[in-house]
Design a protein around this ligand. Structure first.
Ligand code: NI
Ligand code: MN
Length: 229
């Protein structure tokens, strides 16, 4: 069984260490991210997963991809944009599509959100990622509203779900509880909150409601905090 450690870098940015393979999700580091404690220069990456084109998910994408040579997994449109910018190691997928990469089976899932890139380029549709690593399943919802098809994503069982609770731009606490009732994961970790005033949330209040209203165990990480899957 693989050793899998998840690190939260603030906002919606995560690193996974899977038996030494480093996977970064939605690179948004200091000083671009107001809550991140590390810069992209301090991060190593073998793979980068991109959920959508918004600046708070791609601000550090090009420098991180170019410096590390990591393979970027993203939708078709963001992949074309990256290749135009000189990022060569790109694997394009799209909604509903899965692919067996060396570190995991990666399926791109739907998300209800936008995806325009910071320079105004078309970023295609937003998504999330369902990772299957051996017998374990980790689902990054990406920025999204609540949708009842989450029940389909959860039907194979989920060990960990990482989902937004910030409200305003994505689902908030109330809808995240509904999402967990559809997804039924063993563990939920919140993201996309407390980065700016419009998405301030009390994560401990969220956690106590998850504990009392769902069968899921909430795990609230500090920035640079880790969770072993
Ligand atoms: Ni967004
Ligand atoms: Mn966002």
């Amino acid at each position: 069984m693989a050793n899998i450690t998840l690190t939260w870098h603030g906002h919606a940015t995560y690193s996974l260490d899977i038996d030494g393979t480093k996977v970064v999700v939605d690179p948004f580091f200091a000083p671009n991210s107001p809550t991140a404690q590390v810069t992209q220069e301090e991060i190593s990456a073998d793979y980068i997963l991109v959920t959508h084109g918004h600046g708070d998910h791609v601000a550090d994408l090009i420098p991180l991809a170019k410096r590390t040579g990591a393979k970027v997994i993203c939708n078709f449109e963001i992949g074309n944009w990256l290749m135009e910018k000189g990022v060569e190691n790109v694997h394009q997928q799209h909604l509903g599509g899965g692919f067996q990469h060396e570190f995991a089976h990666v399926k791109m899932t739907v998300a209800l959100h936008g995806s325009g890139l910071p320079d105004g380029s078309y970023g295609g549709m937003p998504g999330g990622y369902l990772l299957t690593i051996g017998d374990r399943k980790i689902y990054f919802t990406g920025d999204t509203a609540l949708f009842s098809d989450m029940a389909l994503i959860g039907r194979g069982g989920l060990d960990v779900v990482i989902l937004p609770i910030g409200d305003n731009f994505t689902m908030g606490i109330e809808d995240s509880l509904e999402a967990l009732k559809y997804l039924k994961p063993a563990v939920a970790i919140p993201c996309h909150y407390n980065t700016w005033p419009p998405i301030e949330q009390d994560a401990e209040a969220w956690a106590s409601r998850v504990s009392s209203e769902t069968d899921t165990k909430p795990v609230v990480l500090a920035v640079e905090g880790t969770y072993t899957v």
